[in-house]
Design a protein around this ligand. Sequence first.
Ligand code: KIV
Length: 273
Amino acid sequence: MVTSGMPPKLPALTLPALLEMKRARTRIVATTAYDATFGALFDRNGVDLILVGDSLGMVIQGRRNTLSVTMEMMVYHTAATARGVQRALLVADLPFASAPDPDTAFRNSARLLSEGGASMVKIEGSGYVLDCIRFLTEREIPVCGHLGLTPQSVHRLGGFKVQGRSDLAARAIVDSARAVEQAGASLLVLECVPVAVAAEVTAALAIPVIGIGAGAACDGQILVGYDLLGLDSGRRPRFVKDFLAGRDSADAAVQAYVQAVRSGSFPAVEHGY
Ligand code: KIV
């Protein structure tokens, strides 16, 4: 029954619905947001998944990396974003050093769900992280993995560099992706890896793989919300596209991004490695 002139609210996108999108070959559209206004902008224009990323340390706070982002900051920005989001699945990052062991990971993840209003947490890496993923998912906290360029490993990696270029490194990423899925993750973000490596991971996993700088073969794409609106700091990575260019509103830009990901026209060849 229509009771006002307001457009009908779309039902919230659940995790099972998102998982079904991979089976149905519907590309998943994702972006980051850090507050209610941007959350609402992306949500009302059809973005499926909104990540409150620890990239907020760089994008919002102007830091050189994400390592100074704390749990307090993540809870604050997740709760703010949640107030603007009605339909999209809200995912929150576990920041640097917030998941050194399963118990601590559980306590911190529970805060992101109960105080922040997220439906899922994202955790970077594999190795000891696999125990955390298993512990969380066995306790009803859905987990998104994150492999390839993991920004919290910036010091070990020697900078924000494309990962998996050698055969050995590519194999390690594919093996880690399988392990992350087996540990219980429901989604995987794959960042800055060669197109062929992302294609292999996407084909190997039953869970959706969301790429950023990973080519068009992934099950979905994510961009930092500010980047897709052309609000970058001047040094634009190859995989970023400004969807506001040539359009007259932020809403039109987000709609163009959603349409481009859904149709497979973004990312194009020039956005890949
Ligand atoms: O923190 C973040 O914004 C992220 C995305 C780049 C995937 O992890």
